[in-house]
Design a binder for this molecule. Structure first.
Ligand SMILES: [Zn+2]
Ligand SMILES: [Zn+2]
Length: 147
């Protein structure tokens, strides 16, 4: 992890997802502007509900290719073929800015009726709209995630 001297703030996960999708991190990884590397790989001893055996939880680090500055950390559930399951996209958990680290609150429900504050619903909508422009980068595995 980068320097612990940065000020850490807790934010709504939709705020981070809105940034992550709006900045098109997955597209920038595909084009090589951002480097994604696996920092932690934890095989599930038993598969999560609805998923085949052999899945892992991974923590991915994103760095700017030029400056090598860390931009974000995200979590993914990956199948044994290497595809991202569930949403098909990484779920950002931390964003590293010049003078602060934004970290998502751990107990924020995904329930559409839940809002944690005045910006929550607007950020969720921003995130969904930005995500729809990234549809071709969405991953899935028909074998490991039977519909
Ligand atoms: Zn929220
Ligand atoms: Zn698979």
């Amino acid at each position: 992890m980068p320097s612990g001297r940065l000020n850490a703030v807790t934010v709504c996960p939709w705020k981070l997802r809105a940034w992550f999708n709006g900045y098109q991190v997955v597209k920038r990884v595909a084009s090589g502007q951002i480097i994604a590397s696996v920092k932690v790989n934890t095989p599930h001893t038993r598969p999560p509900a609805g998923l085949a055996a052999g899945t892992s939880k991974r923590i991915i680090e994103y760095r700017n290719r030029r400056s090598l500055a860390v931009l974000a950390y995200a979590h993914v559930t990956v199948c044994r073929h290497g595809a991202i399951l569930r949403s098909g996209f990484p779920d950002p958990k931390s964003r590293f800015m010049t003078n602060e680290i934004q970290q998502v609150v751990v107990d924020h429900p995904d329930d559409e009726n839940y809002t944690c504050g005045p910006r929550c619903a607007a950020d969720r909508q921003r995130s969904k709209i930005a995500e729809s422009a990234l549809e071709k980068y969405r991953e899935s595995c028909a074998q490991c995630e039977p519909k």
